[in-house]
Design a protein around this ligand. Structure first.
Ligand code: FAD
Length: 618
């Protein structure tokens, strides 16, 4: 039967036939053996009447996707092109504008890897039924399907030309629970405080609901405009993950549309295998999630920030500084109170940009004293400065961390040299449509290179600290290295580590003290737009420097693994790097819930069966 069917599939006529095969024939285990998905130029592309039926089914929410930059190429001298170019500088720097534009993604491309290209149509889903309709339509018509939340994927996993998009941007309902029990878990799982969020929610909306209004904490991402969906499905770290663990390990339940078009619940008691895969197995792979319910935590009294730079006057002084910092970190900061980043710059400057939880200002000052004393007393002549002047050591009531109005009034009092938030400000936007000024450089960016590597905590042992510091120095001769302490869970409380162990992420995260990220790119850039062209020569040189830098770190960290949400598009050993020993189990779950590979993303579970663009089964 399957042999005959495969033979049939080779003729164009049968392509048309297949696109009208009832869904029931494709369901019930009949595996789709076609080798190529349809494009608009193919005879098998759905007719206008078929698209109209889909539009009716989703309540008129099927949108043809227009690429806003096309007019710059098709009518470069038109008034529209002129207006667009004028607005572009502003709009391409606004993550909310990008999120509202179905054709665009927050990362607009990556040199020699991918460029953001729009889908042909998007279903602007309002609920799980709309998502299910899109899934069934894509499946019946053999379309390339993409799922987009807030579009922050560095790997271009939420865009594909010639595709149908499920766009969850408008699914932003949130609901707080004081005692949530997952369905089917009554009597098996203790009730917990939680929040349910629509798949299009971004973290600022979650923080508003949980912290600013609700006085509790939810583990989400550091960048406020990142989508809840992509972050949780890939693992997910925020500034305080050293205390609360990953976002994926907070997941209690998901409502998800699987490849057969059915709406499923996944939790510890129903579809537990799918539930496990959704916790870090990667976005856009096991189904399209319509809702996430995650646990919330008691809020500590304080959150805080420490920001300053130390500049060394010579290479040798910088090497000593790195030795001193590694030793200081291991002794004083390697615990649940401290997250975020120390950036080991390539021009002999270390930039501290760290987040604290549970410490008031005096306690933070005390924690940093040994290092600051060492720097001041050193004969090497270091200079210390803040991001402007003076250095920032601040603590604030935890409830105010994402309170845009409060921060708008108090940033100077906290010691910041400039406003910490930028605002959307377009008509109709709300006061909490904001993003951290520190993330502004990544809006509309075109990547030159990106790599991440977990650094095992064994490198912090006294006998290894010198090797680590020397590797950081050697790497920094090529490119700057971000040490993201909150993205390695060593040093976290046992319960946070145990919860993360029960997720699909590479277990290397459990024993790493940090994730080293080496990356570079260009803000607000897209090929072919005058004034916004990516600089390809610089990009390729930078990509090479990043590779050389990371080689120095691998020399001490080994092939420890990389975080799927923040990683190298060109990673060759991605199955092991992203998921370690969990990969075979993930592959089995993929086969069970999506045997025909409807859900495809670059270097996602099961993607080895497809061409790089996800159109051709290999
Ligand atoms: C500026 C910036 C800052 C970042 N900061 C952090 C950080 O602090 N911590 C951290 O851990 N990561 C961070 N990241 C990485 C981030 O976690 C990933 O890019 C994440 O995948 C983005 O999710 P999204 O929904 O915004 O993106 P999208 O590009 O929309 O989606 C990402 C992936 O998830 C899939 N997906 C989206 N919605 C769904 C759904 N409903 N069902 C199934 N699949 C879906 C997409 O198909 C895609 O594969 C950052 C990224 C950027 C660009």
């Amino acid at each position: 039967m399957s042999h005959n069917r495969r033979a049939l599939l080779t003729s164009a006529g049968s392509l048309m036939l297949l696109s009208v095969l009832p869904d029931s024939l494709l369901a019930n285990g009949a595996t789709d053996t076609r080798i190529r998905r349809a494009r608009p130029s193919d005879a098998a592309w759905p007719s206008q009447a078929a698209w109209k039926r889909l539009n009716d089914e989703v309540g008129g929410n099927l949108l043809p996707v227009h690429f806003p930059f096309d007019v710059l190429k098709s009518a470069p001298n038109s008034a529209t092109a002129e207006r667009l170019l004028n607005e572009l500088a502003m709009e391409l720097a606004n993550p909310y504008w990008i999120a509202d534009t179905p054709a665009l993604t927050q990362t607009l491309g990556w040199v020699d890897a991918w460029v953001s290209r729009p889908s042909v149509y998007a279903v602007a889903a309002r609920n799980a039924s709309d998502i299910a309709a899109a899934v069934r339509f894509a499946r019946a018509n053999h379309l390339r399907l993409v799922v987009k939340g807030r579009g922050h994927s560095y790997l271009g996993a939420s865009n594909a030309p010639d595709s149908l998009m499920i766009w969850t941007r408008h699914m932003t309902d949130t609901h707080m629970h004081s005692a949530f029990v997952p369905q089917g878990c009554q009597g098996k799982v203790a009730p917990q405080p939680a929040i349910t969020m629509g798949a299009g929610t971004h973290w600022m909306q979650a923080y508003q609901a949980v912290t600013t209004q609700g006085g509790r904490f939810v583990q989400g991402g550091g960048c406020t405009t990142v989508g809840v969906a992509g972050l949780i499905l890939g693992g997910g770290f925020g500034g305080h993950s050293k205390r609360y663990g990953t976002a994926a390990s907070s997941l209690l339940e998901a409502e998800v549309v699987t490849a057969d078009g059915s709406i499923q619940i996944a939790n510890a008691c129903i579809n537990p295998d799918l539930f496990w895969a959704l916790k870090g197995g990667g976005g856009g792979t096991f189904g399209a999630v319509s809702k996430f319910t995650v646990r919330t935590h008691e809020l500590p009294e304080y959150f805080g920030v420490v920001m300053f730079n130390v500049k060394a006057p010579s290479d040798e002084a910088y090497r000593s500084l790195l030795h001193a910092f590694v030793s200081f970190y291991a002794e004083h900061l390697f615990n649940e109170h401290w997250g975020e980043t120390a950036y080991v710059g390539s021009h002999n400057v270390i930039r501290i940009s760290m987040a604290s939880q549970g410490l008031n200002r005096e306690q933070s000052q005390r924690a940093w004293l040994p290092f600051l004393d060492w720097v001041k007393k050193s004969p090497n002549g270091y200079s210390i400065a803040g991001p402007g002047e003076p250095m920032v050591i601040a603590s604030l009531p935890a409830r105010r961390l994402w309170d845009a109005d409060w921060l708008g009034e108090h940033w100077q009092e906290l010691g910041f040299p400039s406003p910490v938030l930028q605002r959307d400000g377009r008509p109709g936007s709300t006061p909490s449509d904001v993003w951290w000024s520190g993330d502004a450089g990544q809006v509309g960016q075109y990547l030159w290179g990106y790599e991440s590597l977990w650094l095992p905590s064994s490198l912090l042992a006294s006998a290894s600290q010198a090797r680590l510091a020397d590797a950081l120095f050697a790497g920094s001769r090529h490119a700057g290295i971000g040490l993201h302490f909150n993205k390695g869970l060593a040093g976290a409380p046992g319960e946070a580590i145990a919860a993360a162990k029960d997720t699909a992420m590479n277990p290397a995260v459990l024993t790493a003290f940090a994730l080293a990220i080496v990356a570079d790119g260009q803000g607000s850039a897209y090929p072919g737009i005058p004034g916004h062209e990516p600089d390809i020569t610089k990009a390729r040189a930078s990509a090479k420097a990043i590779d050389e830098c990371v080689e120095q770190l691998r020399a001490v960290a080994g092939r420890s693994g990389s975080y799927v949400n923040e990683t190298n598009y060109f990673e060759k050993d991605w199955q092991r790097a992203f998921w370690g020993d969990n990969y075979p189990r993930l592959t089995e779950i993929k086969k069970k819930y999506d045997p025909s590979g409807l859900f495809f993303v670059h270097n996602g579970v099961g993607s080895e069966a497809w061409s790089r663009d996800g159109f051709t089964r290999l």
